[in-house]
Design a protein around this ligand. Structure first.
Ligand code: GLY
Length: 436
């Protein structure tokens, strides 16, 4: 089967590596040449993934039979509809269904309209009228840009916004840029990611993972695309219960059903819920219409069943509970990034990755944004690669990830605290304090 992978990051390298274990021929479309994806691909086409007509023309010329869409940008541009129009089905939602991620007001209003639990108090503003008063009423608040912002569109009072004045300024900026700002009640708790697959009727879950968005150790510094993530061997997180998992699945299933009614078509693809466990229960931070980066690196290396069969079932509407089986192992992913990442990346430095030594450690690695010139790798302004330690326990997995990092050299930075016993203990204690 000829499968097209759209996207050139570590997420796509990880999905493609999992698919490549099966009887497929892989083709890739990416903006920059990802050396890992290039190696796995029979052919690749370097083009911005958001240029969806160019992507579909090329896919058609290569007789692609199925496409897998990695990032949200091309989903927003309607890549799934475009590929469908030339006879290529995709793992990924249509432009209308992808509003689950591409429009923050759409999702909040969907949950409200269909009585789905998990929403905060919220209001959508198309002008500055009433914004200040609503922020004052909420006390602690969140301002979200209506549209896609590469993970940087959400600002919280007391963290990114010092007061109502700053909140109002940011809301005005969002309204000017995207036509709307969503102002919401601020949740306090620990966030977690649940990456489900949906064929429009059936939703199947995966092990939970927790991302680390802040650039520096101790969850300090600016927000980034994600510095690393971990998952535990029982598929929960050390501070969560089965009830929390069930609550997150319930919200996702109800949202899937509501999307069918609202969009008039089935949602086919990944429904990745960013949830938060609070004193009052599990709440929805946001939905994404694709796998998480880095969180997909925590789950696909554990998959024991066929990802190709699962993707075909997503497209055909035959997804069955139990099709995705994950081994009971813990994982810790740590991203290698250029020094200064999150503030001002020092790009263009040589990067040495001893792939053989990383494999010997028993860790996995997935390339993200690097440049390759004459067989040598160089950093860019974005994340360079993710290493993933896999073990019987979180501490085994964390130790493997650290050993793997020892085999990557350059003008680089990484967060060593992700998945450490000390960091996990802090999260457990924080959750105990919150829940009482
Ligand atoms: N882990 C954050 C994201 O994928 O958006």
């Amino acid at each position: 089967m000829k499968v097209l992978m759209v996207g050139g990051g570590a997420r796509e390298h990880c999905i493609a590596s999992t698919l490549a274990k099966e009887d497929i021929e892989l083709y890739s479309v990416m903006k920059n040449k990802n050396p890992g994806l290039a190696k796995l691909s029979k052919e690749f086409f370097l083009v911005p993934e958001t240029e969806v007509e160019k992507v579909s023309d090329w896919a058609k010329s290569q007789n692609i039979e199925m496409a897998v869409i990695g990032p949200e940008g091309p989903l927003e541009k309607g890549i799934v509809d475009e590929l469908f129009s030339v006879g290529i089905p995709s793992v990924g939602p249509s432009k209308s269904c992808a509003r689950l991620e591409t429009s923050k007001s759409f999702t909040r209003q969907l949950l409200e309209k269909y009585n789905i639990p998990g929403n905060p108090e919220f209001k959508v503003f198309n002008s500055r009228e009433g914004v200040k008063e609503y922020m004052e009423e909420l006390g602690e608040f969140v301002v979200k840009d209506e549209g896609l912002c590469g993970g940087k569109g959400v600002k919280l009072s007391g963290e990114h916004l010092a007061n109502v004045k700053e909140g109002l300024e940011y809301a005005k900026h969002c309204i000017h840029k995207s036509g709307a700002a969503v102002v919401e009640e601020k949740f306090v708790g620990e966030e977690f990611s649940l990456q489900c697959l949906s064929d429009g009727k059936t939703v199947i879950g995966s092990p939970l993972a927790q991302d680390h968005k802040r650039a520096f150790e101790g969850d300090k510094g600016p927000n980034t695309g994600g510095m690393g993530s971990y998952s535990d061997s029982n598929h929960l997180l050390p501070f969560l219960s089965h009830d929390d998992y069930d609550a997150a699945i319930d919200i996702t299933q109800k949202a899937c059903k509501a999307l069918n009614e609202e969009c008039g078509e089935p949602y086919k693809g990944v429904m990745y819920g960013g949830f938060i466990a609070t004193k009052k229960g599990v709440r929805l931070v946001e939905f994404n219409a694709r796998y998480g980066d880095p969180e997909v690196l925590n789950i696909l290396p554990l998959l024991e069943t066929s990802l190709l069969d699962i993707f075909i079932a997503v497209i055909d509407g035959n997804l069955k509970p139990g099709m995705a089986k994950y081994s009971n192992r813990a994982t810790v992913c740590k991203y290698v990034v250029p020094k200064g990442y999150g503030i001002k990346s020092e790009a263009g430095y040589p990067l040495e990755v001893n792939e053989t030594a990383i494999r010997k450690v028993g860790a996995q690695f997935y390339y993200a944004a690097v440049n390759e010139e004459e067989g040598k790798l160089f950093t860019t302004t974005s994340r360079s690669l993710g290493v993933v330690g896999i073990g019987g326990t979180l501490s085994d997995a964390e130790a493997k990830a650290e050993r793997a990092l020892g085999h990557v050299k350059g003008n680089i930075f990484m967060r060593h605290d992700i998945g450490t016993a000390e960091a996990i203990k802090r999260k457990i204690e924080r959750m105990k304090d919150i829940r009482g």
